[in-house]
Design a protein around this ligand. Structure first.
Ligand code: B12
Length: 212
């Protein structure tokens, strides 16, 4: 039993999706509880990936394939996790800002947040302020996360923050922003609550925002 969890852990770290799928199926068939498979097999592996990334041992491609392998395993676990009633870390509405089509970083952040137990409402790319507002309302989200990769689309983040205020929902959500040209200073300037330079730090920031 324990060796299956270990094998899942290793396969997530190495980004071997097919092995993750096979081992997760085996673990479920062996009757291992879904939260154990998730926490000890997968989330712990992603935490390790995040650590290796921060230490410069792993780079974006490794992190991305690990995240994909984890997604493959998560898809299998999802129905069982609902039954096991695993408490969600919180709901995050995420999207790439209006006018911007870059989504690799946004997807990575979404995957890492999902791996950390957050529920993700992914609005995709080119997301208008109105769409962000509607999604926050409809889903009762705790966090809205915006990504921008172009200096020309960054101002849309300010427009979205203002739209949240105008809609009267600014107080109920934490706003978190990121993307290559985005900085901590910029986040402060536009009245966002959090910024992270990469996906592993995005998890740390999101956790601190929901517990604040
Ligand atoms: C791949 C790419 C594309 C692809 C995008 C494919 C896709 N599906 O995403 C394509 C080819 C479509 C593209 C198009 C364009 N691109 Co482009 N693109 C890039 C490139 C090379 C890599 C971006 C990337 O995916 N990086 C890898 C990911 C993992 O990193 P990341 O996005 O930064 O995300 C990380 C962090 O920023 C953070 N993060 C990201 N989002 C969020 C959100 C939150 C909430 C948090 C907390 C953190 C966070 O975590 C992520 C993971 O660690 C960059 C170069 C660069 N240096 O960024 C140029 C770049 C962004 N592109 C650029 C340009 C100019 C364009 C075009 C305008 C080109 C053109 N003339 O058509 C178009 C614009 C299209 C549009 N409307 O969006 C410029 C932008 C310049 C500027 N200052 O604005 C760049 C910087 C290239 C350059 N040096 O000139 N591009």
């Amino acid at each position: 039993m324990e060796s299956l969890i270990k094998e899942i852990h290793t396969a997530v770290m190495e980004g071997q999706s097919d092995v993750v799928v096979e081992k997760v199926q085996a673990a479920m068939a062996a009757g291992l509880p879904a939260p154990t498979i998730l926490n000890d097999g997968m989330i712990s592996a992603m935490a390790e990936v995040g650590r290796l990334f921060e230490e410069g041992e792993y780079f974006v491609p490794e992190m991305l394939i690990s995240a994909r392998a984890m997604q493959a395993g998560l898809a299998l676990l999802k129905p069982a996790l609902k039954e096991a009633d695993v408490k969600s870390a919180g709901k995050v509405v995420i999207g790439t800002i209006k006018g911007d089509l870059h989504d690799i970083g946004k997807n990575l952040v979404a995957m890492m947040l999902e791996g950390a137990g957050f529920e993700i409402i992914d609005l995709g790319t080119d997301v208008t302020p109105e769409k962000f507002v509607a999604a926050v309302r409809d889903n009762n989200a705790q966090i809205v996360a915006m990504s921008a990769l172009l200096t020309t689309t960054m101002p849309s983040m300010t427009v979205t923050v203002n739209a949240l205020k105008e809609a009267g929902v600014r107080e109920q959500v934490k706003v978190m922003i990121g993307g290559a040209p985005v900085t901590e200073d910029y986040a402060r300037q536009i009245g966002a609550d959090g910024f992270a330079a990469d996906a592993s730090r995005a998890v740390v920031v999101a956790k601190s925002l929901v517990s604040a």
